[in-house]
Design a binder for this molecule. Sequence first.
Ligand code: S3P
Ligand code: PEP
Length: 437
Amino acid sequence: MNHDYIDLQPVTHVQGTVRLPGSKSISNRILLLAALSQGDVDIIDLLASDDTAVMLAALRSLGVEWSEEATAIGTIHHVKGVAGVLPNKSADLFMGNAGTAIRPLTAALAVIGGDYTLHGVPRMHERPIGDLVDALNAAGTNVDYTGNPGYPPLHIKQGKIHAQRLSVRGDVSSQFLTALLMVAPLLAREHAITIDVIGELISKPYIEITLNLVRRFGVQVAQDGWSSFTIEPGQVYQSPGTIHVEGDASSASYFLAAGAIGGGPVRVEGVGRQSIQGDVRFAAALEQMGATIVMGDNWIEASSNGPLKAIDADFNHIPDAAMTIAIAALYADGTSTLRNIASWRVKETDRIAAMATELRKLGATVEEGADFIRVTPPAALGPATIDTYDDHRMAMCFSLASLDGLARKGTAVRINDPKCVGKTFPEYFAAFAAIAK
Ligand SMILES: O=C(O)C1=C[C@@H](OP(=O)(O)O)[C@@H](O)[C@H](O)C1
Ligand SMILES: C=C(OP(=O)(O)O)C(=O)O
């Protein structure tokens, strides 16, 4: 039985400015790159959340030293790079439900070698990792499953990479390719390493984040479209000195949607035109739905400009922020279809099923398929108790159903287990309350 919930009353107007927490994707990549690099790294504005906590704890268990300092310009994390040589050769690592922690760490530990176990929450043990393990073991590492084949928990032992070419499937999660790209310089000591992508690559903008950050740590990757990536030998990760984490563009989506649905303007600070995150393109989807979007280098502002228009589009490039579109669809003038989102089914929960179930509670008509969801709004939203499936994005998305839109009014919603937002945005409900007028 779950007795923990938050009740949200209908909100007639939203307006204000939100300073975003740091990007999860950038934070966890930078932490691992900093640990692997030569020299010390100062990280400004690292995200403080469950997903980064598990990465920080894992690095400490592996013997990587880091400390945290509160300064006038924000929190700085000092990480002492170990230049690819981990002090602790054995460790048992709890990875929570953080895909951005377990996938790259598995690759790093498999390549470096030792005696390591990695496990997580029950859902983590249902999230696939087989394509990554297959790619690594085919190249000579020694990674075993201790539960179900293809899924964590994992046991990593000493292996020896003999291959100069690795191949990985790209159609279940882009994080497998990200993981291999991050460890490629450790393999490319004497000869170049090439990584081939088998099949379609999903979630491509996350690979751009990886390549961008790897470059910031001094490593160049040659790219042949999205099908092959080559790392020339002799490149080692070098500390960039100080590195700043931009705001989280996926977290921005809730506030931008709020502005688009419920009046606005709502401004988010921490991401903008200069962002390296693909999820800033969520703003373009809102614009397509009729919202007014204004963007600066480091901020984005959304406001409504008449009732939202229904949308029918491919959302493969922004799988996380696309969940917010499924909620904005409740306020649109017709049926919206979100296509090419099969990866939703293997994330924090089966997000296509969860989204369909909870949208129906509000009165929407929902059709779901293997890789799409189609949402037709009801004449009027009805009050509902929303289950969140231990999925931060379900909790954050459904808070928006309390907002009055121009086409239809919001409703009272009870959000069960609201603390699940801790995965990426522990202060979410306070930030939401601050823009609700
Ligand atoms: O690399 C990353 O930082 C991420 C990649 C995406 O996953 P998939 O590649 O599995 O779609 C995204 O959904 C996840 O939240 C973060
Ligand atoms: C899919 C997500 O997380 P993960 O990094 O665990 O894959 C997400 O944050 O929406």
